[in-house]
Write a protein that binds this ligand. Structure first.
Ligand code: SF4
Ligand code: SF4
Length: 339
């Protein structure tokens, strides 16, 4: 899938760019984005089999308070940035997480956090759900399956038994319930290299099963395919990688381009570099050099920037696409993982 082709004498396009060109969408450009997504570290209490960040308890990368303060300055100085999306790793493991959330919420920004939920069962983390509710923070939580077997296979044994009581606590606080405005979205991803089933059908299954088995409610389900990178890629044979990448490329759907995340967000790594999305961050491909760090953040130039598109972008345009945008939700993209 990664071959390149010379389209004109002076431009060599990769396979994804060729599809963009053929469908009249080249080059892909960002719009007037309203979401700032911050990866506050790669440390995680889990070690999921599909994690393209390869987050784990051993990772040490962590966003410093200085970088967080600079992000808060950027949020304050740029009114179009209405939303901050905090992710990781497990973002709760950054010791300045509470400060970041409270400061962003205090300046009137919509704050959403990614969580694997199991973190709230760890010592010292038990009070975070109440804190998030107090600050009206939206939670986007990964839950790859409704069964214990499915969750534990991806996330490690015992995970399901940790997250079910956490979801019940979140519901008791009002999360996921009609009329509370405390939003709780769940994220499905397949167990291996595969596209996600049809979202609305899957949401019905999740809602019915979680209500029936545990009395749990939530707002929307986001259904994502797995990015063939990081830990998942290392577990696959060359043949499996080629077959999966070919499937993603064959299922290219130009209609999905409208909602690809990079057009609606800017992504910031723990060390303050700017990327089009988390996948680009993992690939080390920053936005253009003179506007690629927090120090030279320039909203007007970043809105309308040409996105660095690579063959990994096929993950966002296969079938219904990877938008992180459930039906009826506002354009508030983010990470291709729940947490
Ligand atoms: S997918 Fe999320 S919860 Fe799992 S290891 Fe990666 S960051 Fe942690
Ligand atoms: S992988 Fe990133 S840069 Fe590529 S289309 Fe998806 S969101 Fe955009």
């Amino acid at each position: 899938m990664s071959q390149t082709t010379t389209y004109r004498d002076d431009v060599t396009l990769n396979a994804f760019e060729l599809k963009l060109k053929e469908s009249g969408h080249y080059p892909l450009k960002a719009g007037r984005f309203n979401v700032l997504e911050a990866n506050v570290g790669y440390r995680c209490n889990l070690r999921c089999t599909h994690c393209y960040v390869e987050a784990s308890p051993e990772r040490t990368e962590e966003m410093s308070p200085d970088i967080i303060d600079r992000i808060l300055d950027v949020l304050r100085e740029n009114p179009p940035l209405t939303t901050v999306d905090i992710t990781g790793g497990a973002p709760e493991l950054n010791p300045h997480y509470g400060y970041f959330v409270k400061s962003a919420a205090g300046m009137g920004k919509k704050v959403m956090v990614r969580s694997n939920l199991a973190i709230f069962a760890e010592p010292g983390m038990e009070d975070i759900p109440e804190f998030l509710a107090e600050n009206r923070v939206k939670i986007i939580a990964s839950m790859p399956c409704v069964t214990e077997e499915g969750v534990d296979k991806q996330r490690g044994r015992g995970t399901y038994r940790k997250i079910i009581p956490v979801l019940k606590r979140l519901n008791a606080l009002g999360y996921g319930k009609e009329g509370t405005s405390l939003e709780l979205d769940l994220v499905f991803n397949p167990g291996g290299p595969a596209l996600a089933p049809e979202r609305q059908m899957l949401e019905r299954v999740y809602k019915d099963k979680l209500a029936e088995m545990h009395g749990i409610v939530f707002n929307h389900l986001i259904a994502l395919p797995n990015q063939p990178g990081g830990r998942l890629r290392k577990s696959m044979s060359d043949e499996e990688i080629q077959a999966y990448e070919k499937e993603l490329e064959d299922k290219f759907n130009p209609d999905a381009l409208e909602n690809v995340m990079c057009r609606h967000i800017i992504n910031i790594s723990y060390d303050g570099r700017l990327y089009d999305c988390e996948c680009a961050q993992m690939a080390g491909l920053q936005v253009r050099q003179d506007i690629s760090t927090l120090e030279n953040f320039d909203y007007e130039r970043l809105a309308g920037r040409e996105i660095v598109t690579m063959p990994y972008c096929f993950i966002c345009t296969a079938g219904a696409g990877t938008t992180c945008l459930p039906a009826g939700a506002s354009k508030a993209g983010g990470s291709c993982r729940g947490g």
